[in-house]
Write a protein that binds this ligand. Sequence first.
Ligand code: SF4
Ligand code: SF4
Length: 149
Amino acid sequence: MKHARPIRSDQNDGRVFIDMPDDAGNPCTACGACCAYFRVSFYCGELADGSGGIVPAELTRRISALLVCMQGTEKGRGRCIALRGELGQPGIACSIYAQRPTPCREFAPWLADGTPSPDCQRVRAFIGLPPLPPLPSLPPAGGGSDEGV
Ligand code: SF4
Ligand code: SF4
């Protein structure tokens, strides 16, 4: 099976954003646990309300002068308004993936070295999903493939 290696992009301010490939090896497409567990809060400058950001403001709630959060996640263990589908079932997805806020872009199933993210494993277990295996090692520079078993 081909593993869905996260696509990492370094931001100018030191953050690392993660995009998951749109293929069958992406465990997020049959999970969604992190979108129904954490409070997803972020700086209001990320809103697409003239603040210069891209996150749809109508899907958020103000929680302080500078912070907003995705509706539904205000208290934690609540489902984000942008999540579509059934938790833990194939086809679940973020309806604003290209416009999702920073905390969603920084969260990934695997760490940079290919070990499963402990936070991801914890919330997967919360909805009854098994832990993820580590990703296979990266191929040597200039050759090989990332095909797993
Ligand atoms: S908990 Fe992990 S596997 Fe599940 S959607 Fe979030 S990042 Fe993906
Ligand atoms: S915005 Fe999308 S990725 Fe972020 S918590 Fe909501 S459904 Fe999940």
